[in-house]
Design a protein around this ligand. Structure first.
Ligand SMILES: C[S@@+](CC[C@H](N)C(=O)[O-])C[C@H]1O[C@@H](n2cnc3c(N)ncnc32)[C@H](O)[C@@H]1O
Length: 415
């Protein structure tokens, strides 16, 4: 007769234990009938086997109730003295029981690991470990936990080894299992510590690049500390504030937003710092163009032309009547500069990177076309500073201003 899958949650008796039960049934008869559900043994697999061994005809009764799984668990917990590890193994099996052939009626009531842990009165962590042992452990290891010989926490460590090694460790006995489990745990903890130390070290000591200077602070204040006419080209990617509050929310989580008068003031300070005949390249957004041209009447730079970055890949930008797929880059001059390269494209297509990060490939073309090699390139509102990476790759000097220490850290580490 087949056993119901719920009956298989608990290990079978074997050897002397089964023989003792058979002897008792042979002498005193079967005291408790075998309980059936759907024609299968729900409770009494051991009694059924012992009856066959003793040559006794078993008696049967039908299960009546709504939650056979809870019933089987409660019966067995009363009958057996199971350790926490053994109960965890039962709970893990209960949580992974497949549903019955009839999809509308589960074999037991299906349970999560947490519910199974509660039913078996074990910690959810033990159930997780038991699941790992059942999923990755060799049969000998699973048996060792089921029989109560090895704790589930120890077995879960051993289960991380390749199968052949697991079998070897289990064959050498309990002491060896415990020793190997400790070694694995220590090695894992050491590896974690080493990785954490390496991360801290990398974050604390970014590699400094010759020719690259970082100014950590407010753009206007930092610009005031720079000498007149000391940079070859100015690049600015301001933290625009939108009048539309809904759009504001999308960038506020990423950086603090300045009003337009503050941006005009900073760009005018950059005008003083820029070489006599030089370019300013300033990013904005199409939604803000009209407002910006209105608000920037006092700008000392002369507007000349515009270009656009066509963003490919990734998700489309924020919705503003249509989904943003491009960003304008405005070109301004101080004095009468001439481009070093007349082939710089006024448009560029590339995949989007991190939030607000500008395309390094285009930045390189802009540097080669608009920044004489005689002085550093100035990057206001540097962010993750793809321009710094472009300058380093081209062997050009660079000054970056950024007021967020986290972003500055990212920029320095990315070099
Ligand atoms: C539009 S993002 C620049 C993104 C950058 N172009 C990139 O590719 O990563 C604006 C940057 O300006 C910084 N910022 C905001 N207010 C600032 C201020 N007053 N002074 C300097 N930096 C500021 C923000 O932290 C943010 O990184």
């Amino acid at each position: 007769m087949n056993a119901h899958p719920l009956a298989a949650l608990f290990p079978l008796l074997a050897g002397p234990d089964l023989e003792a039960l058979a002897a008792d049934i042979g002498a005193n008869g079967l005291a408790e009938p075998i309980v059936l559900l759907d024609g299968q043994i729900l409770d009494g697999r051991n009694r059924h086997a012992a009856c066959s061994l003793a040559g006794v005809d078993p008696s049967f009764s039908e299960y009546v109730g709504a939650d056979p799984a809870a019933w089987v668990v409660s019966k067995n917990l009363h009958r057996r003295h199971l350790s926490e590890s053994q109960r965890a193994m039962v709970a893990a099996r209960l949580a992974t029981l497949p549903r019955g052939a009839n999809q509308h009626r589960p074999i037991g009531l299906s349970r999560t690991q947490i519910e199974a842990a509660e039913l078996l009165n074990v910690a959810a962590r033990s159930v997780k470990r038991a699941r790992a042992v059942q999923a990755q452990g060799v049969p000998e290891l699973v048996d060792a936990v089921d029989s109560g010989a090895v704790a589930v926490s120890t077995a879960a460590e051993v289960a991380t080894l390749p199968s052949a090694e697991q079998a070897e460790v289990v064959a050498r006995g309990d002491v060896e299992i415990l020793k190997r489990a400790k070694e694995i745990k220590t090695a894992r903890r050491d590896a974690k510590r080493a990785a954490r130390a390496a991360r801290v070290e990398a974050e604390a000591t970014p590699v400094e690049q010759p020719g690259v200077s970082w100014l950590s602070g407010d753009a206007l204040a930092e610009l005031r500390g720079l000498e007149d006419c000391s940079v070859s080209m100015v690049h600015a990617d301001p933290p625009w504030a939108y009048a539309n509050q809904r759009l504001n929310g999308t960038s506020e989580g990423h950086y603090s937003l300045s009003g337009m008068p503050g941006i005009v003031e900073a760009l005018n300070e950059a005008h003083r710092v820029a070489a006599d005949d030089s370019y300013l390249l300033c990013w904005t957004t199409f939604a803000l163009l009209h407002e910006w041209f209105t608000a920037s009447g006092d700008l000392l730079w002369t507007y000349k032309s515009g270009a656009a970055w066509l963003k490919t890949g990734g998700r489309p930008g924020i919705g503003f009547h249509w989904r943003g797929r491009s960003e304008p880059l405005l070109l301004y001059t101080k004095g009468s500069p001439r481009p070093l390269d007349t082939m710089v494209p006024a448009g560029y297509g590339s995949d989007v990177g991190e939030h607000s990060e500008k395309p390094e490939g285009w930045l390189r073309l802009l540097v080669s076309g608009f920044a004489p090699t005689t002085a550093p390139v100035l990057d206001i509102y540097a962010g993750r500073a793809p321009l710094a990476r472009a300058c380093v790759a081209m062997g050009r000097d660079y000054i970056g201003i950024e007021n967020s220490p986290e972003r500055l850290g990212e920029a320095r580490r990315a070099l």
